[in-house]
Design a protein around this ligand. Structure first.
Ligand SMILES: Nc1ncnc2c1ncn2[C@@H]1O[C@H](COP(=O)(O)OP(=O)(O)O)[C@@H](O)[C@H]1O
Ligand SMILES: [Mg+2]
Length: 316
């Protein structure tokens, strides 16, 4: 969206876009992006999920790695670098559309960096590419790659909101100042950007002290009063493994558990138990987190008196 400002054109963020970011890898960005997108779509929001990562993990999370329209990020690369319209996103579920990432995106920052070195501004490139689909969606979630500063900046320039998942080991929490630096940089182009919240991820169950100390350290690193989500996401590696092997979202695995044959039957017959019992508890936490996210966005929109009707909070 562009607004004329006393002869100057200033870019505005995509208002329903939420980036999931943290300079580090392995802190739950893609898992959180997929789970929250899937639950919002199941709750009837029209959701677009954008995978800006050359690893393309979201295709596995959604079970569409072999989909004929999975172009490994090529369409996204061309939309951002050449301004051609994005190809039709992959419909992964009812109401849930994926703009796939993948290896084509390894070229993205190289192309943009060489443009920058010729003095061209590239900060709006992702905003412009996503605008046609993001403006039609109720929620646009952008999953970001670790490491690549330019791609992170592009995502933070396009998004209205940032969600920061983090693990709670001391080094990860100390490294949060990197993402804080990215936010500071992106705000020069995108004054709309705000941190919607930090979510503690991969937490041992019943680790009250760890959670309390992590919150205190985050206050030190990111500044007191940093918005934290109340919900934390538990460590559940077996369920997470099945998500990517089966291409089912956590809440879909949980539903399968509810209706499944008792696990002892499979055990007695010497068959593998394919659906770990941790899926329902993990899904319950992602439902609470999704509710918190949608509630915070709705509250901000109501405060701003935005023209669009506020999003209603999802009832868990
Ligand atoms: N709740 C969980 N507990 C433990 N491991 C998880 C959980 N959810 C996902 N994982 C696994 O942890 C790894 C990193 O998660 P991922 O979401 O890909 O992080 P990032 O996108 O930040 O690199 C992946 O292998 C993923 O399958
Ligand atoms: Mg990832």
């Amino acid at each position: 969206m562009y607004i004329m400002h006393a002869g100057m054109i200033s870019a505005m963020a995509l208002q329903r876009a939420v980036a999931i970011g943290n300079g580090k890898g392995g802190c739950g960005k893609s898992s959180t992006a997929a789970a929250v997108a899937g639950l919002s779509a199941a709750a009837d929001y029209e959701v677009v999920l954008v995978d800006l990562d050359p690893q393309g993990d979201l295709a596995d999370e959604l079970g569409v790695r072999d989909h004929p329209d999975n172009d490994g990020g090529d369409g996204l690369l061309r939309a951002v670098t050449a301004g051609v319209p994005l190809p039709k996103p992959i419909q992964a579920r009812p109401n849930l559309y994926l703009v796939p990432g993948g290896p084509a995106l390894y070229d993205l920052s190289g192309v943009l960096l060489s443009r920058q070195s010729r003095g061209q501004s590239v900060s709006d490139a992702l905003t412009n590419a996503l605008q046609p689909i993001a403006d039609n969606a109720e929620l646009c979630i952008i999953d970001t790659p670790p490491g690549d500063v330019l791609l992170q900046n592009l995502a933070l320039t396009a998004a209205r909101w940032l969600i920061i998942p983090t693990t709670v080991d001391t080094s990860s929490i100390r490294a949060l100042h990197n993402i804080a630096d990215r936010v500071g940089e992106a705000r020069r182009d995108n004054g709309d950007l705000e941190v919607l919240g930090v979510v503690l991820w991969n937490i041992p169950v019943a680790a009250k002290r760890i959670r309390r100390e992590a919150r205190a350290t985050i206050d030190q690193v990111l500044g007191k009063g940093t918005t934290m989500f109340t919900t934390t996401i538990r460590s559940a590696p077996a369920a997470a493994y099945e998500v990517r092997v089966q291409g089912k979202l956590v809440h879909e695995l949980a539903e399968a558990v509810e209706g499944a044959e008792p696990f002892w039957k499979a055990l007695r017959e010497g068959r593998e138990v394919r659906t770990p019992g941790t899926a329902p508890a993990l899904a319950a936490e992602y439902i609470q987190l999704t509710d918190e996210i949608l509630t915070r966005m709705a509250a901000a929109e109501a405060d701003a008196g935005a023209g669009a009707p506020p999003m209603e909070a999802m009832v868990p």
